[in-house]
Design a binder for this molecule. Structure first.
Ligand SMILES: Nc1nc2c(ncn2[C@@H]2O[C@H](COP(=O)(O)OP(=O)(O)OP(=O)(O)O)[C@@H](O)[C@H]2O)c(=O)[nH]1
Ligand SMILES: [Mg+2]
Length: 288
């Protein structure tokens, strides 16, 4: 193509490369969902339909982008983790974030009517913001995931107690707020149990733990793999034969993408699923 006098504008494009050899987490978050949830009458503190819609959209994103190794969602947010050796979108932050945000939003809108058959969407339509953060080590990545899950627990225990006081106890929001000021987890558990007969442990797992999305392979015996160390020792992507790459691709496509509500803070979750950190697909379980 011939050069034009306008072409110099290309020099204005700034690089926004993400650090190589790091775990990239793209976190998206619903914009103005406090208002949005009121408009569509989301149940408080947790709306099953809304959370399942978030999960369905996240699942669709993972199916389209095999480089995502795991995703974790709670409330109106979802974190998508790209493996440290992944070179998708030349590791450009804006490309990665915009792809995730637009794919997620498209599916959220597309799947809305399945989850809310009675309430059609109308403008202002749901939208999401997103950011990408690089984490250098497995410990950093796992601490990030733990941070989100602890946040989920703290918020959910608070919200469950807060809304029990209002919905079942008939108190006003300010009263409920005052009753919870300075309380610890044990106090909230006690309020729930002694005043409303609610055992927090029996609350739905999705509300207590959030949702984890990943490809499902056969679980391994804990202690048989040390993928965390292996992953940390990896300095660059391991060169692979074409056949191997093709095989991995097939196995990944065969794997079911599951949504579970598990503890991702403890080692066990990671120990039993070495493919999450190694990026090598595991054994596809036999059809039951
Ligand atoms: N009722 C209800 N509301 C929810 C549920 N999940 C998320 N939300 C709402 O979504 C909000 C998410 O918090 P934020 O992301 O901090 O608030 P936001 O209004 O989206 O603000 P920005 O993200 O800054 O645009 C919560 O405060 C709730 O109001 C749900 O299951 N039920
Ligand atoms: Mg939000």
């Amino acid at each position: 193509m011939a050069n034009s006098k306008f072409e110099y504008v290309k020099n204005f494009e700034q690089s926004d490369n993400l650090l190589p050899n790091t775990w990239v987490v793209v976190r998206i978050d619903g914009r103005g969902f406090t208002k949005f949830s009121t408009k569509y009458g989301f149940e408080k503190p947790n709306d099953k339909r809304a959370l399942e819609l978030m999960n369905a959209a996240a699942r669709a994103v993972m199916a389209e982008l095999p480089d995502i190794t795991i995703a974790y969602g709670v409330s109106d947010e979802y974190s998508f983790v790209f493996h440290k050796t992944c070179s998708l979108f030349e590791r450009r932050s804006s490309k990665l974030v915009s792809t995730i945000v637009s794919t997620f939003t498209a599916y959220y809108v597309h799947l809305w009517s399945t989850h809310f058959p009675e309430t059609p969407l109308s403008p202002p339509l749901p939208s999401f913001d997103g950011r990408a953060v690089c984490y250098p080590t497995v410990t950093n990545l796992r601490d990030y995931m733990s941070w989100r899950q602890v946040d989920c627990h703290i918020n959910n225990l608070y919200n469950t107690t807060f809304w029990a006081l209002i919905q079942l106890g008939g108190v006003h929001a300010t009263e409920a707020e005052n009753a919870l000021k300075g309380t610890y987890a044990a106090d909230k558990n006690e309020i729930l149990f002694s005043r409303f007969g609610i055992n927090y442990n029996n609350e739905p797992e999705m509300y207590k733990k959030g949702s984890v999305v990943f490809r499902d392979y056969e679980l391994v015996e804990p202690g048989t793999h040390d993928t965390a160390t292996e992953a940390d020792n990896l300095a660059e992507p391991v060169p692979q034969s074409k056949t191997q790459t093709e095989n991995d691709k097939k196995r990944r496509a065969k794997a079911r993408i599951v949504v579970e509500h598990l503890d991702i803070i403890k080692d066990e979750f990671w120990d039993r699923r070495p493919w999450l950190l190694s990026n090598k697909p595991g054994k596809v379980p036999k059809e039951p």
